[in-house]
Design a protein around this ligand. Structure first.
Ligand SMILES: [Zn+2]
Length: 182
């Protein structure tokens, strides 16, 4: 069973795609196989906020117990910390990976908010990139589907000087592109 938490107002409309981005940003869903990215292009930085069920990265949602579970967690964390491999930003923006912050209560990472719900756990992250021409960025090549087999869909919102965009990427697509058409 999928476990969902959405704002009641959004659930009532049943048309999340039509909801304004400001409202979308407050919606928090926990659906296995899906993760959410909020991408902000601002001044010299590109900041990616990721919200995801822990299951997407390791296939379970509890504190790791066995050696194999611990190894899966270590591997996933290492891959997420090497975020310039998962998020290859348009070379025109000339970005370098800056601070990465990961949060997961189940894995004992960072400061976490309340849990995702009974029997569920999240792994969220903030990935900051420092760029010389951040506003030139028009796409990001995502390595997420290659790295994490359980992931099927990425829902992204991009806020840039060109405007706000909402994109959904499904396996095996890798290019998250915006700009040009709104
Ligand atoms: Zn879950």
């Amino acid at each position: 069973m999928n476990f969902r938490r959405v704002l009641p107002a959004l659930a009532l409309t049943g048309l999340m795609a039509a909801a304004p981005i400001a409202a979308m940003a407050q919606a928090r869903a926990h659906v296995h196989g899906q993760l959410k990215l909020d991408i902000a292009i601002d001044g010299p930085t590109v900041v990616i906020e990721m919200e995801s069920p822990l299951d997407n990265f390791v296939g379970y949602e509890h504190a790791p117990k066995s050696e194999s579970e611990k190894k899966m967690a270590d591997d996933a964390v290492a891959q997420l910390r090497a975020a310039d491999q998962l998020f290859k930003i348009d070379p025109a923006a000339n970005c370098k990976l800056g601070p990465v912050a990961l949060r997961s209560a189940a894995l004992g990472l960072g400061k976490t908010e309340t849990g995702a719900g009974e029997g569920h756990a999240d792994l969220d992250g903030t990935f900051a990139f420092n760029c010389t021409k951040a506003t030139e960025a028009k796409f990001i090549e995502l390595g997420l589907f290659g790295a994490f087999k359980g992931l099927r869909q990425v829902d992204a919102q991009i806020v840039s000087p060109d405007g706000q965009f909402k994109r959904t990427l499904k396996r095996p697509a890798t290019r998250l592109a915006w700009g040009g058409s709104k």
